[in-house]
Structures are given as structure tokens and as C-alpha cells.
Ligand binder design. Structure first.
Ligand SMILES: *Cc1c(COP(=O)(O)O)cnc(C)c1O
Length: 241
């Protein structure tokens, strides 16, 4: 290896290690500030568009949960890394023709918005694996362009999902419209907290609110996020979405 290459590898490791330390501190500060239990918010590293070398650097820095949006890209990385310590979360939109691979390669799928997809994931989950953990995606800002169900559709989809044997309903996920003002960021996250809380009356074992990204994780944690999905703050700006 040339020296320049070595240095750039070292930089990648140094940058990602430092960025992860910073983001963990942001999470810890928010837990403290909003009276959340220490360690109650899990960090998912969103590694979409990032090379395997970045993921390796994050693993070296103690990160074990990664989230991906693009299925073929993700499977390439999962096979390449071949690391049983890593938990893989699918956070991209799910068409029926993707369900076989998601059921085979992932531990979690956050973006369930149709019973047909849930049914197929359950049917296609390999027998030797535990049930696939799933979240139902809510289009909480009501944006036409976004996937996810409307809040009034939630009860029915949840009822349909809990009866499926090889998926395990864990909670809700959302990606609200991006705004910069903290109090405005809190509004949709607060709606998510109430939706989960209502659903917990019927299904008390639901334990997951997947919400909050680089720009709004503090507001999400204030409103009860148990998983934040952070890409940019760990790996830097992406060239494409
Ligand atoms: C890309 C993405 C993220 C991460 O966003 P950042 O702003 O890079 O932290 C989180 N959730 C979903 C669904 C995404 O597509």
C-alpha cells in the first residue's frame, strides 16, 4: 500500500471514530435533557451509498447496527462483510419483489406499509432464523411523495401483522418533513409517540419508535424515539440520496 493510501485509510478511521463519539454524546445529552433512561436510545448507522471500508471503520469504532435503503447495494455489503455480530436494518421502500431478499438478509425492516408485504416477509423468512423484526411506517407529515400509511390505517395493519408467525411487530417508524426549528420538529414526533402509546393499549409489548436523523434526533428523543437513524453525521454528506 502506498503511503497516501495508508493515510487516507487512517483518516477514514479517525473521522468515523470521532464522528461516532460525537453522535453518541449528542444522544446521551438528549437522553439526559429529556429525562430518558441512559442508553434507552439505540443508534443505527445509516450506511447507504457508503463503501464497505466505511462500515468496517464504524465497526472498529464499536458500532454494530447498520441501516440500508437500497437492496442490491445492501446485500453486496452484507455478503462482503460476512459479520455475524452486525444487525442489518432495512429502511428503504419495500416492493413485493424485494421481500425474499429482505426476509433472508435482514434482522429488521422498518418500512412496512402494506399487509401484502408483511405476509410475504413472514412466508419467506427462512426457518432457521428468528422472526424478522418489523416497524410500520407512518406518513406522519401527510406528504404525497412519501411512503407510509395514514394514521387511521394503523390499527388494521397492526392487527393483520401480529397474527403473522415469522415477523414480529416491534413498533412504528417515520421520516417527517424536514424543518429546522426544534419546536416544529417535535410536533410530528409527538404524534408518533401518541400513536404508539394508543397501540400499546392493545399490544403492550411494542417497544420501538424509529425516528430522528442527523438534523432532528434531539426532537425525536424528546418525544420518545428508541432508535435514531443517522447517516450524514457519521459518514459525511452523501453524493446522492
Ligand atoms: C438516509 C436516511 C436516514 C439518514 O439521514 P441523515 O440525514 O443522513 O442522518 C434516515 N432514515 C432514512 C429512512 C433515510 O433514508
Amino acid at each position: 500500500m502506498k503511503n497516501t493510501e495508508k493515510n487516507s485509510k487512517k483518516n477514514t478511521q479517525g473521522n468515523i471514530t470521532a464522528a461516532l463519539a460525537q453522535i453518541r454524546q449528542r444522544i446521551a445529552d438528549a437522553e439526559h435533557r429529556f429525562n430518558r433512561d441512559t442508553g434507552s436510545v439505540q443508534l443505527l448507522a445509516v450506511s447507504k451509498t457508503r463503501p464497505v471500508s466505511d462500515i468496517r471503520a464504524a465497526i472498529n469504532a464499536g458500532q454494530s447496527c447498520f441501516a440500508e435503503n437500497y437492496l442490491q447495494e445492501a446485500i453486496g455489503k452484507i455478503i462482503n462483510l460476512n459479520n455475524a455480530q452486525v444487525d442489518w436494518h432495512f429502511i428503504g421502500s419495500i416492493q413485493s419483489n424485494k421481500t425474499r431478499d429482505i426476509a433472508q438478509y435482514f434482522h429488521w425492516a422498518h418500512t412496512i406499509d402494506r399487509v401484502k408485504v408483511a405476509r410475504r416477509l413472514s412466508e419467506l423468512r427462512p426457518e432457521h432464523l428468528p422472526p424478522l423484526n418489523v416497524c410500520l411506517q407512518i406518513n406522519i407529515s401527510g406528504e404525497k411523495s412519501k411512503s407510509g400509511i395514514e394514521p387511521h390505517e394503523l390499527k388494521q395493519l397492526a392487527d393483520d401483522c401480529v397474527s403473522l408467525p415469522n415477523i414480529r411487530l416491534r413498533g412504528l417508524m417515520a421520516m417527517p418533513a424536514q424543518v429546522s426549528d426544534f419546536e416544529r420538529q417535535r410536533v410530528p414526533f409527538g404524534q408518533m409517540r401518541r400513536l404508539l402509546s394508543e397501540l400499546q393499549n392493545e399490544y403492550p409489548r411494542l417497544d420501538t419508535l424509529s425516528m430522528g436523523t442527523t438534523n432532528d434526533l434531539e426532537a425525536a428523543i424528546a418525544e420518545g424515539a428508541t432508535m435514531v437513524r443517522v447517516g450524514t453525521a457519521i459518514f459525511g454528506a452523501r453524493n446522492y440520496q
